[in-house]
Design a protein. Structure first.
Length: 229
């Protein structure tokens, strides 16, 4: 089981790193440990695109590395505290994806101007503004989890994004789609006219038609198939 989870976290990391989510050595994804010991996440000091199964660690809710080598990421409470607050969540992603960070920093709401934003909206993506610094404590992690609530994504304003899902596959797909949604909104506003977007009823219909569970699985499979090498 551990080997399978390491491979899953490795695949998630490499997908994020090759999908414009990378930020040098920062950013991480995690999968819930099936034995309840914590989360499996990438080790510190590596870029997302560099992650192989041997660079994945099991980290306890207290931050102890229970399995794996090297230092752990200091922001592990993002993952452990969201998992504690959300029993329905099996995977968590935190990246500094550029367009999503810019959208949140600009104070803009995410608008369903394209298919992608309908994955999240409505309701609006919540915004964590307690700090733009790193989430270094369990208390901050719990506060972030509270802001996330039942949503599938949260903006850490002036910092990054967090996406979650029932599986790490779904959380990874959500992160990729959120960045695409932010990019599409930036591109739309660049035309200098008033944009149009779907109303809530249409957005919810599109979410079911486009982003149902089967489609999310197919997107994950596509992202795995198209990984370099």
């Amino acid at each position: 089981m551990s080997t399978d989870i390491r491979e899953l976290v490795s695949l998630s990391s490499r997908i994020l790193g090759t999908s414009d989510q990378g930020d040098l050595i920062w950013g991480h994804s995690s999968a819930r440990d099936p034995e309840g010991r914590g989360v499996w996440m990438k080790g510190s000091g590596w870029g997302l695109e560099e992650i192989v199964p041997e660079r994945v660690q099991l980290v306890s809710p207290e931050g102890e590395v229970l399995d794996g080598n090297g230092p752990r990421h200091s922001e592990y409470p993002i993952h452990t505290e969201i998992m504690a607050a959300r029993p329905d969540v099996g995977g968590v992603v935190h990246t500094h994806s550029p367009y999503a960070v810019a959208l949140a920093a600009a104070g803009q709401e995410l608008l369903p101007v394209s298919h992608a934003a309908n994955y999240f909206v409505p309701p609006q993506v919540p915004r964590f503004t307690e700090t733009a610094d790193l989430i270094l404590t369990r208390e901050l992690g719990a506060s972030l989890a509270g802001t996330l609530g039942a949503a599938s994504a949260v903006f850490l304003v002036n910092h990054g994004i967090v996406t979650v899902g029932p599986t790490l596959e779904a959380a990874t797909v959500a992160a990729v789609i959120l960045e695409r949604a932010a990019y599409q909104q930036w591109l739309t506003r660049g035309f200098g006219t008033w944009p149009t977007w779907s109303d809530p009823e249409e957005s919810l219909a599109k979410r079911e038609h486009i982003f149902n569970d089967a489609a999310v699985t197919q997107v994950w499979d596509y992202l795995v198939r198209t990984l370099p090498g």
